[in-house]
Structure formats: structure tokens, C-alpha cells
Design a protein around this ligand. Structure first.
Ligand code: NAD
Ligand code: UDP
Length: 308
């Protein structure tokens, strides 16, 4: 197949492009390089089945493809809050442009949605049926509401125009090719520990997240796109739940060195807890994460050692 990946030069996008090429597909990667990097896809560029186009998904695009994966959107809180209006435009107009193209081509189209659609959840763990608890006017809203609106557009195009959609809600995922200045917790802690700096723990460190290693997530993407039982939304993530204090301690234990933990203020609207209910993915995709946090951290630490 010929497959379009928006945001393909980013962390997840570059792993997805790599996997789709390995499976024998042609890949067109479009990215405006806001948080993505050419270095993430440098190893793919000699491949004649790979094409990179610098383009912003806010502006319409046309490629003759069989499938579309829409990943374009900054994902880390500092990056998506840097220009919040741009973030919401990217989510909403990027979705409209992908869906319009998919409608014309009759192509299957995938949306990288997020566990942030659940906001600061009052149901735990979060099943897909939970509608969420999202502040519509806070600092995270440009991302959360942008992604919620994109889901709405996907389901409206599906109902109104029979567009063949697949919507995945991704829970915190980490691994090689995260940006070293990304601002998300796993990359922050690893980079800080490798540089001998103190680890910045926000709040009292009791808030929880569940961390999925990138290879597991990409396997889930491909299986989900390859099945016809459900259009989603489907949670993909690792149900192993940790406090941020546990993550900091685990990182220090694996990296070693002189770093200590320092406490910083908790950002506004930071979710208290988060863990995916992956019953649906297990049943439909026969999928469950295979890489545990310690192994995933080891692999990610090895990557950042080559960068720092
Ligand atoms: P990332 O920031 O590394 O990748 C995003 C990519 O999109 C970058 O290459 C960036 O340059 C590109 N981009 C941003 N705005 C664009 C625009 N207007 N036009 C074209 N390209 C644009 O982040 P990631 O972790 O790889 O996230 C990829 C997708 O997965 C995002 O949509 C994100 O919301 C979603 N997601 C990721 C996670 C996670 O834990 N990694 C969790 C939930 C959802
Ligand atoms: N966090 C932290 N130190 C950091 C970066 C993040 O303690 O240097 C916390 C953050 O407040 C949140 C959790 O780690 O509670 C996950 O943050 P991240 O930005 O990675 O993802 P998200 O909040 O979007 O799930």
C-alpha cells in the first residue's frame, strides 16, 4: 500500500514510518518539523519507497494514497502550550484536511487521539465509554479540546460520509527518538540523570501515569488499522501504573550518578491519575504490551546516552 503519515518526523511518527516500510509499503511522510526532526527519519530517506514532504497540515494536501495516519500535533505540554492557538488549529484543521482527503480517496484514516480526552479522570482505570472530565478553558485545553473536536469530526465524517475511520486513544508512550528537550517526564528524567542534574518532580510526586514502550504501541497501531471489527475509539497503552516519584527513583537507580530529586510546582490541571483499560484492544487485536517499564527505560537510556 501507499500510506500517508502526518507528523511522520516526530517521535511516534518516525517509528510508524519505519514499521510501515518494513512491512513493504510505500510511505509519504508530511511534517512541518515543529517538534519533529529530520534526524528521526534520516535513516529512512535512502529508501526509494519513502518520501518526506515539509508541509503544515493546517493547509490542504493531496496525495494519492490507500491509507492515512494522522499524527501531526505537538504532544508534550510545553510544546503544545507554546502556541496554543496553533495547536488547536493543527488538531482541528489537520483532521478536516485528512478526512476530506480520505473521503475523496475512500481511504482508511487513522487518528492519533489521546488519553487527555479523559482529562483529570474521575473513573479509574479509564474505559473507552468514559466521557472524561476536561477543563475547556485551561492551559491544557488547546490540546485536550482540540483532540476531542478531532474525534468528533472523525465520527461525523464516519456517520455522514461513510469515511472508514480508526480512532486510537494513546496513553503516555516513551522511547528512543523522543526529543531531549521534549519536556515530557520520561525524557526529562533520563536526560537530567545522564547529565548529573537534579530530577524535577512536579507536585508531591503522587500523581500517576501508565507508560507504554513505543514498539508495543506501534504494533497496536498496525493491528488496529488492519482489522474491521471496530472503528474505535480504542485505548492503547500499558496498564502498569506508577507514581512520578516511583518513576524518578527507578530512573535514578538505572542511570546512577549524583542526581537527586527536587520538587517543583505542579502545573495547572495536571491529571491526578491515569491508567488505560485495554480490555477492548486485548479482545479485538489480541494485543497487550510486552515491554515492561524497567526494560523500556533501559532501552531509552541507551538511546539518550548516544545523544548526550
Ligand atoms: P512529537 O511532537 O514528537 O510528534 C508530532 C509531530 O507532528 C512532529 O514531527 C511535529 O513536527 C509534527 N507537527 C506538529 N504540528 C504540525 C503541523 N501543523 N503540520 C505538520 N506537522 C506538524 O509527538 P509524538 O509523541 O510523536 O506524538 C504523535 C501524535 O501522537 C500526536 O498527535 C500526539 O498528540 C499523539 N499522542 C502521543 C502520545 C505520547 O505519549 N507520545 C500520547 C497521546 C497522543
Ligand atoms: N512531570 C514531572 N517532572 C517533569 C515533567 C513532568 O514531575 O520534569 C510530571 C507532570 O507534572 C505529570 C507527569 O509527570 O504529572 C507526566 O507528565 P508528561 O508531561 O510527561 O505527560 P502528561 O502530563 O501529558 O501525561
Amino acid at each position: 500500500m501507499r500510506i500517508l503519515v502526518t507528523g511522520g518526523a516526530g517521535f511516534l511518527g518516525s517509528h510508524l514510518c519505519e514499521r510501515l516500510l518494513q512491512d513493504g509499503n510505500e510511505v509519504v511522510c508530511i511534517d512541518n518539523l515543529f517538534t519533529g526532526q529530520k534526524a528521526n527519519i534520516a535513516h529512512l530517506r535512502p529508501n526509494p519507497r519513502f518520501e518526506f514532504v515539509r508541509h503544515d497540515v493546517i493547509d490542504p494536501f493531496k496525495y494519492e494514497v490507500d491509507q492515512i495516519y494522522n499524527l501531526a500535533c505537538p504532544a508534550s505540554p510545553p510544546h503544545y502550550q507554546y502556541n496554543p492557538i496553533k495547536t488547536i488549529k493543527t488538531s482541528v484543521m489537520g483532521a478536516i484536511n485528512c478526512l476530506g482527503l480520505a473521503k475523496r480517496l475512500k481511504a482508511r484514516v487513522f487518528q492519533a487521539s489521546t488519553s487527555e480526552v479523559y482529562g483529570d479522570p474521575s473513573v479509574h482505570p479509564q474505559p473507552e465509554s468514559y466521557w472524561g472530565n476536561v477543563n475547556p478553558i485551561g492551559r491544557r485545553s488547546c490540546y485536550d479540546e482540540g483532540k476531542r473536536c478531532a474525534e468528533t469530526l472523525f465520527f461525523d465524517y464516519h456517520r455522514e460520509n461513510k469515511v472508514d475511520i480508526r480512532v486510537v486513544r494513546i496513553f503516555n508512550t516513551y522511547g528512543p527518538r523522543m526529543h531531549s528537550n521534549d519536556g515530557r517526564v520520561v525524557s526529562n528524567f533520563i536526560v537530567q540523570a545522564l547529565q548529573g542534574d537534579d530530577l524535577t518532580l512536579y507536585g508531591d510526586g503522587t500523581q500517576t501515569r501508565a507508560f507504554c514502550y513505543v514498539d508495543d504501541l506501534i504494533e497496536g497501531f498496525v493491528r488496529f488499522m488492519g482489522q474491521t471489527e471496530t472503528v474505535g475509539p480504542m485505548n492503547l497503552g500499558n496498564p502498569g501504573e506508577f507514581t512520578m516519584l516511583q518513576l524518578a527513583e527507578k530512573t535514578l537507580q538505572l542511570v546512577g550518578g549524583p542526581s537527586r530529586i527536587v520538587y517543583r510546582p505542579l502545573p495547572a490541571d495536571d491529571p491526578r491519575q491515569r491508567r488505560p483499560d485495554i480490555t477492548l484492544a486485548k479482545r479485538v487485536l489480541q494485543w497487550a504490551p510486552a515491554v515492561d517499564l524497567e526494560e523500556g527505560l533501559r532501552r531509552t537510556i541507551a538511546y539518550f546516552k548516544t545523544k548526550i
